[in-house]
Write a protein that binds this ligand. Structure first.
Ligand code: IPD
Length: 276
């Protein structure tokens, strides 16, 4: 049956606005948290409340739609399998570490997939009123204004973002540090801002030129993938091949040339388990 994408877009915009008020209110003070997979992988009451608010709001209008939500995935029997059914992939608070510290750089990140294709995406930082949106084939927008990736082709002129991630696994940290050390010598500037989704949004905005990370999950990158591509950028696997949303690996860049040049510089890491 047909999915009313226009209605979906309107509803998710309204729900993220509503959920954003909750996040802004709770971002005024340092938040209590519980550790998930390790002592720097955090979840707060707000993550859970926002995820419920958004899921219930969508269910009310579209009872048959499916969900892959960050917090649900960590309590259930893991991440649900992605099917052809309309599926909302939701990170209620991306950048939970920032949120816990009242650092105003976190966001709600939501993508809708139909037949496994991402049809719409929202990344919304309610503290700074930054709303990035895209619908497939219709461009990417920042607070309603059309945006374009920078067009940068050279790594030596690129502002690049990445993250330390949410695990202190020794093997993983070794790769992260190796890549940071190498990047520091090769790129124009290197930034670690604490939200995988906003890192990608910055590539779409043309404010950063590339982003890579090993260890992200589907909900961290589903929206960012569409927003970057609709802004004219590219999203690939960090080893140079096709992006696989379940692989926990991502590389976004302003141009294919920059993506490939960055890919060649990276020490690779294949996080386990995958999301599927
Ligand atoms: C995390 C943040 C972090 C990134 C991790 C993500 P969360 O998302 O985006 O910056 O390094 O890979 O999982 O846990 O805050 O939603």
């Amino acid at each position: 049956d047909n999915v009313d994408l226009g209605k979906c877009f309107e509803i998710i915009n309204n729900l993220t606005t509503e959920a954003g008020r909750l996040i802004v209110h709770n971002n005024e003070t340092r938040q209590d948290f519980v550790c998930k997979s390790g002592d720097i992988d955090l979840v707060t009451q707000t993550d859970q409340d926002v995820e419920k608010l958004i899921m219930n709001g969508i269910r009310h209008h579209f009872p048959s739609h499916k969900f892959i939500g960050e917090e649900e995935s960590s309590t259930d029997a893991g991440v649900k399998k992605l099917t052809d059914e309309p599926t909302w992939i939701i990170d209620p608070v991306d950048g939970t570490m920032n949120f816990v510290h009242a650092f105003p750089h976190s966001c709600i990140s939501v993508g809708l997939k139909v037949n496994k294709v991402t049809e719409m995406a929202i990344i919304y930082n309610p503290m700074l009123e930054q709303r990035f949106t895209a619908r497939r084939g219709q461009g990417a927008f920042y607070n309603g204004r059309r945006i374009q990736a920078s067009g940068q082709k050279e790594l030596s002129k690129a502002l690049v973002t990445s993250e330390f991630g949410t695990t202190r696994d020794e093997q993983k940290m070794k790769v992260v540090n190796e890549n940071f050390a190498n990047m520091a010598k090769k790129v124009h500037g290197l930034r670690v801002l604490g939200s995988a989704a906003l890192n990608m949004a910055m590539v779409a905005l043309g404010a950063a030129d590339a982003n890579y990370e090993f260890g992200i999950h589907a909900w961290d990158v589903c929206a960012g993938d569409l927003i970057v591509r609709e802004a004219g950028g590219v999203v690939i696997d960090p080893a140079g091949g096709e992006f696989d949303i379940m692989s926990r690996r991502v590389l976004a860049a302003a141009t294919p040339q920059l993506a490939q040049e960055l890919s060649k510089e990276l020490t690779q890491f294949y996080p386990q388990p995958r999301d599927d």
